[in-house]
Design a protein around this ligand. Structure first.
Ligand code: CS2
Length: 476
């Protein structure tokens, strides 16, 4: 039996969606139909609609590949979330997807959906690189993007879809709109406002009134779904599902409450609505994501497969706790009632969830895009305070070592990274110098910091000479 509307009645009541699939009118266009969205915002939104109603069905837009669209369409938009933590699998179908779009195949259809007056929120999970912003928030314009923004080419990229969608909506009197970036970018709301303003400028326009860009912090570990997860999802759900997502039980969402066109009742189902997300955002990026990246880089270099395997490197959890306590904590002002150290400890416990099967390779990808948001801010803040963040430098050196030794660096800047390394001597100072000179990643303030550079060279040299295990042990 396949998961479909016609088979829902055969599922156990607790495994069925909380809304009647197809009954909720669309109010949200979501760019990025990946696993994270389907295990996070879609879950919150379905629960909110089930509890407090509203026309907040989600039109899910796949950016490039059609694969997920075809699978979901064949299942009437239904999929399941498999929750795993070693205490027994649970699977629940989600029925809040109310339509589909395909940015690569039908970009004008996506623009039309954004302009539709019934839509009041455009949200995104497209990962850091899709925004085409440099770390300072400047839009990286090339001829193709320029053509997309001016209308000379179809708008398949995120900046072009947003800009052209907003313009068309404004021309058609579509009403107020909220653009909600759910990616791990520091200051994601203002950053995307800046992106849209720059994109509109290229298109010869300015941002119309009535468009809001609230900041938000999203959190749930949602790795790639493995064949084993798929099998387990079918068992727990009671139906075959070609598109299940797997997640930890924990989930959190903190949202700046600025929705001129209204919003689902997310606050009634556990989301935290606030007027300042900064504390949460910094806490999560610096004490969770940075630690995650550290596990991933060290794990890949050490030949360990899973994040959970990395945490078994003797001394590594203690070292990461020290990184959070010594380097991160002084830079973050956590929300009331939360301590940075306690938060870091909880993150480590979550990472140790082996059932997730989260691979180091997956988290290690796109380092050039992630590091500025999760690690470089910590280093900059500590340097400005006159301190040398020794363990943050160790984490950065581990990315540098990965960039040097990885046969297939999965990163949008891989070509530039490889070229920079090929032109430099293969010594700790040569590698560190070549990478620090990449100004798409490192601000001049860090690249020109000699004391930091010496620290990076020292750690890089240790990792090269002694390997991960011995270097970590030496720090214990
Ligand atoms: C991870 C995140 O892949 C990564 O870079 O650090 O996807 C992480 O799992 C989530 O942000 C957790 O909310």
């Amino acid at each position: 039996m396949t998961l479909q509307r016609a088979t829902l009645d055969s599922l156990k009541p607790e495994n069925r969606p909380a809304v009647v699939p197809g009954s909720v009118w669309p109010g949200i266009v979501h760019l990025g139909l990946g696993a994270f969205h389907r295990a996070h915002q879609a879950v919150y939104t379905e629960a909110a609609v089930a509890r407090s109603g509203g026309d907040w069905g989600i039109v899910g837009v796949a950016p490039r590949s059609r694969e997920i669209l075809d699978k979901l369409r064949a299942q009437d938009g239904l999929y399941s979330v498999l929750t795993v933590d070693g205490t027994g699998d649970r699977a629940k179908a989600v029925g809040i997807l109310a339509g589909f779009g395909h940015a690569a195949g039908d970009p004008h259809g996506v623009v039309a959906a954004i302009a539709d007056p019934g839509i009041r929120i455009v949200s995104m999970t497209v990962t850091e690189k899709a925004y085409r912003l440099d770390p300072a928030g400047r839009l990286l314009l090339d001829d193709e993007l320029r053509a997309q923004l001016t209308g000379a080419a179809p708008p398949t990229t995120v900046p072009a879809l947003l800009a052209r969608g907003i313009l068309r909506r404004n021309a058609a009197g579509g009403g107020p709109l909220t653009v909600l970036c759910c990616d791990n970018l520091r200051g994601n709301g203002p950053r995307i406002r800046g992106l849209v303003e720059q994109a509109l400028e290229v298109a010869g326009a300015t941002l119309p009134a009535g468009v809001a860009f609230p900041a938000t912090m999203v959190d749930r570990i949602v790795p790639a779904t493995s064949p084993d997860h798929r099998r387990r999802a079918a068992l727990a759900l009671g139906a075959d599902d070609a598109a299940p997502v797997v997640a930890e039980p924990f989930l959190q969402w903190v949202i700046e409450d600025d929705f001129p066109g209204g919003r689902p009742g997310w606050d009634g189902v556990g989301a935290i609505m606030t007027d300042d997300v900064t504390g949460w955002e910094d806490l999560k990026l610096r004490a969770l994501n940075a630690v995650h990246s550290a596990c991933a880089y060290l794990g890949v270099i050490a030949g360990r497969e899973l994040i959970a395997d990395s945490l078994e490197i003797p001394g590594l959890p203690a070292l990461l706790r020290r990184f959070v306590a010594e380097d991160v904590a002084p830079t973050v002002r956590p929300p009331d009632g939360v301590t940075v150290i306690g938060y870091g400890d909880t993150s480590l416990e979550r990472f140790a969830n082996r059932e997730l099967g989260h691979t180091n390779v997956q988290v290690a990808m796109d380092g050039s895009q992630k590091l500025p948001h999760r690690l470089l801010g910590t280093i900059t803040d500590r340097r400005r305070a006159g301190a040398l963040p020794v363990l943050a430098a160790f984490v950065l050196a581990s990315w540098m070592r990965l960039a040097r030794v990885s046969a297939v660096l999965d990163d949008p800047l891989a070509d530039r990274i490889r070229a920079a390394l090929a032109a430099a001597p293969d010594t700790p100072a040569g590698v560190v110098g070549a990478l620090l000179a990449l100004d798409q990643i490192f601000p001049a303030e860090l690249a020109g910091d000699d004391e930091l550079r010496r620290e990076l060279i020292r750690w890089y040299g240790d990792l090269e000479r002694h390997g991960v295990e011995a270097t970590v042990r030496s720090l214990a």
